[in-house]
Design a protein around this ligand. Sequence first.
Ligand code: FPP
Length: 231
Amino acid sequence: MPTQPQHIAVIMDGNGRWATSRGLKRSEGHREGTETIDRLLDHLLKIKIPYVSLYAFSTENWRRPKAEITAIFNLLNEFIVKKLEKMVANGVRIVTSGDLSRLPRKSRDLLADAMQRTAKGKKLTANFCLNYGARDELHRAAAAWATTSAGKSLKVPTEKQFKKLLWQPNLPEIDLLVRTAGEQRLSNFMLYQAAYAELWFTEKTWPEFSAADVDAAVAEFMRRKRKFGGL
Ligand code: FPP
């Protein structure tokens, strides 16, 4: 009997296209995308998938216009303020990946509070990837490895040793990686953790992504045969 994925990663793409095709501002697409995150968490709780990683803001997204960056972080703040009680009640645990020091002060404070308030959540770990880039994560891990071996000649780390230096070492590997809006790229997301992930793509934009799409991706995952390099 194939097992359900334990860890789903999502590249939430197409907010801008969803908005502009409706004559709306791009930030309206991000707002709608935030509602999709809320619905996704509810559905993952319902179908008992315990880990999700969400690519919310990449190290490259700083190249966007300042107004759009501000709008995204304001939506993150609003999301935390509005949904924290519900997440605590539902057993959601919030963690993050990425260097938060570059985020606006208010977002950092709200995230710190949210992580503390949800720390005991047992049902679903939601990993918000913010100012996240896989290369940045790996460069930092390499530097940390070099630091731990200071003075000694560097050994090649084992997978177990190296994983400890990543942002969220205790999350299981990604089983299923979903990207919306018709693009089929990894865009610097979780390059280490997704080494054996099954990939699933949909033409739907992120605001259009529904519980039925999660079910379709999970059903497809369960039909696939995973070999991890074996036969
Ligand atoms: C991709 O769409 C989406 C993003 C870069 C940002 C995702 C952000 C949110 C869903 C809102 C933030 C809220 C929380 C709770 C983290 P795009 O803008 O790249 O779309 P496009 O490719 O159509 O332009």
